[in-house]
Ligand binder design. Structure first.
Ligand SMILES: C[S@@+](CC[C@H](N)C(=O)[O-])C[C@H]1O[C@@H](n2cnc3c(N)ncnc32)[C@H](O)[C@@H]1O
Length: 204
């Protein structure tokens, strides 16, 4: 990771700090994310670091759910040339997603939708579902578990959820591993020493 006063480079991507002029301007314009999509979270580093060492066949299409500022999906669009739908319930994260995409000269499709809204036809037509730090409240356990179950049943080929190992996420992981199998992989990034875990389901 390298850095200057308003931007840092992470996994080959430009990431703005909160003090970046464009970030400040978006906040002044009233774009104030309200479900924790207020910054780039460490679980995104875990997800990108894991994928950067992964030998899976590159996906053609990806849904990045609970995308926030969208770094993981943007990294996938750049690395795999995949079509990425960046999905979040909070419309106020989308200008920040667009800023990060623009800083990196990458195009992703933004979609305002909740976990509960992602239906079988969309999940069936998507190679990978990825997410970082999307299960941080007990009330999110049910919608996140159900979304993962729908993706598995619909045939999404691969599902990868990174998390700092919050209790609600571990509860989701336990249910999914018991009912459908998969792996819970502990991870620590090389560069930033961010620690967490990934729930990985190969659904071939
Ligand atoms: C902790 S942030 C993580 C953002 C991003 N994945 C990252 O790692 O930087 C959680 C994100 O999940 C979104 N979110 C929360 N509940 C949601 C729901 N029910 N459906 C879709 N997105 C949701 C929030 O708006 C927020 O952007």
């Amino acid at each position: 990771m390298t850095q200057n006063s308003t931007l840092r480079t992470l996994a080959g991507l430009q990431v703005p700090y909160a003090r970046h002029p464009a970030v400040r301007q978006l906040k002044r314009q009233g774009h104030l994310p309200s479900i924790h999509g207020t910054k780039l979270w460490g679980a995104s580093h875990i997800l990108i670091d894991f994928l950067s060492k992964d030998l899976a066949e590159p996906p053609r299409s990806i849904i990045d759910v609970g995308c926030g500022w969208g770094l993981a999906g943007i990294w996938c669009a750049k690395t795999y040339g995949a079509e990425v739908a960046a999905v979040d319930a909070d419309p106020n994260v989308m200008p920040f997603l667009q800023l990060v995409a623009d800083l990196n000269d990458i195009t992703v499709t933004s979609v305002v939708a909740r976990f509960e809204d992602l239906q079988e036809d969309l999940l069936a037509s998507t190679d990978w579902l990825i997410a970082a730090d999307i299960c941080f409240w007990d009330e999110l356990i049910e919608p996140v578990t159900n979304m993962i179950a729908r993706a598995i049943k619909s045939g999404t080929r691969r599902i990868i959820i990174a998390d700092p190992q919050r209790a609600p996420f571990l509860c989701v992981a336990e249910t999914i591993l018991q009912e459908y199998g998969g792996e819970l992989i502990e991870w620590r990034t090389d560069n930033t020493r961010t620690a967490g875990a990934l729930l990985v389901i190969e659904n071939e």
